[in-house]
Design a binder for this molecule. Structure first.
Ligand SMILES: Cc1cc2nc3c(=O)[nH]c(=O)nc-3n(C[C@H](O)[C@H](O)[C@H](O)COP(=O)(O)O)c2cc1C
Length: 207
């Protein structure tokens, strides 16, 4: 096992006043140093009132929030439609960093989903059409048959269009927390929070 790396402490004076600028700086380093820096846990509220969670990929971040894409017929999308709030976590082990965000979630405009879908490889677009995400399949052959049907349907079609049942969401954070691991579990934690578009407030939290 390699020795544990020591990471510089995080001081409030080093933080950006805007958490999205802070996130952009951390994400740029993570994207350069950490495999799958874009993998994040998305937590939503289930129909039974209990939490649910799964991994999704971060596909954009900025002042409006954190964006991800999925099947609008999936369990997660149904949960978001019913209770449009959630939480995200990114963990970058190689940097001993964690980012957490909570807030309302909205669907992205169709044009944004179209723009992202257009960047996907043809096979991924076919997969989006073919997979009845979160619904039962008889067996693997059932999935393979659906894929074959979609391939046939779009044979000779240059650009596979985005299915209406597939698109993006944005989580608009009300709180964002930056966590930097330190020795002896005395980690540095800073939470940004704001109410109704007011200025962001930064607080250090106990680890
Ligand atoms: C690393 C990783 C990244 C994933 N990214 C996505 C994604 O961006 N969108 C998506 O719909 N599912 C993604 N998945 C699959 C989801 O975790 C999940 O299985 C699927 O979306 C169905 O979730 P649901 O039934 O809660 O809706 C990813 C899984 C892993 C392990």
């Amino acid at each position: 096992m390699t020795a544990r790396r020591d990471f510089p402490p995080l001081h409030e004076a080093d933080l950006e006043a805007d958490p999205f600028a802070q996130f952009a700086a951390w994400y740029a380093l993570a994207a350069a140093e950490v495999p799958m820096a874009d993998a994040m846990t998305l937590a939503t509220v289930g129909a039974d009132g209990g939490p649910d969670a799964r991994m999704v990929l971060l596909k954009g971040h900025g002042p409006d929030g954190f964006r991800f894409f999925t099947n609008y017929g999936s369990v997660k999308a149904g949960q978001i439609d019913a209770y449009p709030r959630g939480a995200l976590i990114l963990y970058w082990r190689e940097l001993e960093r964690q980012v957490r965000a909570r807030g309302p979630i909205e669907r992205l405009p169709a044009a944004d989903s179209d723009a992202y879908f257009a960047t996907r490889a043809r096979e991924s677009r076919i997969g989006a059409w073919a997979s009845p995400q979160s619904r039962p399949l008889a067996d693997r052959a059932d999935l393979d048959r659906r894929v074959a049907e979609v391939r046939e349907r779009f044979e000779g079609v240059g650009e596979v269009p985005r299915p209406e049942f597939w698109g993006g969401f944005v989580l608009r954070p009300e709180t964002i927390e930056f966590w930097q691991g330190q020795q002896a579990r005395l980690h540095d934690r800073f939470r940004y929070s704001r109410e109704d578009g007011s200025a962001w407030r930064i607080q250090r939290l106990g680890p």
